[in-house]
Design a protein around this ligand. Structure first.
Ligand code: GRF
Length: 201
């Protein structure tokens, strides 16, 4: 399975996926990193991992559709089977979502549909829920609204701050995301009418 990872920030999820691909634990090829923030740490990680990066500034383009057409060309050039959003902080348009529907996944730091948006962990903490978690879902046109593939709970502990909670969420993400990508690679994830079934091994 040929995958592209989209990321905007630190890239700890990118790292977990690239590491498992390199060790053979995960039978995928990380063909491309797409990053919309020049200077993001994930770019260094890609360099070290020997993964080619396409880095761009959205402000250099007239519209989201304009740069997404460029991204779509890159994905097609490299024959990408699966697009993995890992901290990519932009909504996508139909230019990318339609051709990749069912072949594009995202990870979000809450138990969706609770706490969508850019601060899933902080919002859960502020609300006062006792359990939050991590969700991996297919990408549709909404913000964190697509069909859910997998979820893992993360209990909120007495004295948690946003940082301590995010650190525990990241630990869960680093395991869950590669696992789901493995299911995709094995053809075990079926999407039908917004419902996802994961077939047994
Ligand atoms: C993760 O918490 C992910 O759930 C969210 O953005 C964060 C990305 O972290 N969508 P990293 O860049 O992979 O370290």
């Amino acid at each position: 399975l040929r995958i592209a990872v989209f990321a905007s920030g630190s890239g700890s999820n990118f790292q977990a996926i690239a590491d498992q691909a390199a060790s053979g634990q995960l039978d995928v090829q990380v063909e491309l990193l797409v990053c919309d923030r020049p200077g993001a740490y994930v770019i260094e990680r890609a360099e070290k991992a020997g993964v080619p990066a396409f880095v761009f500034s959205p402000k250099d383009y007239g519209s989201r559709e304009d740069y997404e057409r460029v991204l779509l060309d890159k994905l097609r050039e490299r024959q990408i089977d699966l697009v993995v959003l890992a901290g990519y902080m932009r909504l996508l348009t139909p230019v990318l979502v339609e051709p990749y529907y069912g072949r594009m996944i995202n990870i979000h730091p809450s138990l969706l549909p609770a706490f969508p948006g850019t601060h899933g962990a902080r919002d859960a903490l502020e609300y006062g829920v006792k359990v939050t978690g991590v969700t991996v879902h297919f990408v549709d046109l909404g913000m964190d609204t697509g069909p859910i593939i997998a979820q893992e709970p993360v209990p909120i502990q007495e004295g948690d701050t946003e940082d301590t909670l995010i650190e525990r969420i990241h630990q869960v993400e680093r395991e869950l995301y590669p696992r789901v990508i493995g299911w995709m690679q094995q053809g075990r994830v079926q999407l039908k009418d917004r419902k996802v079934a994961v077939l047994a091994e």
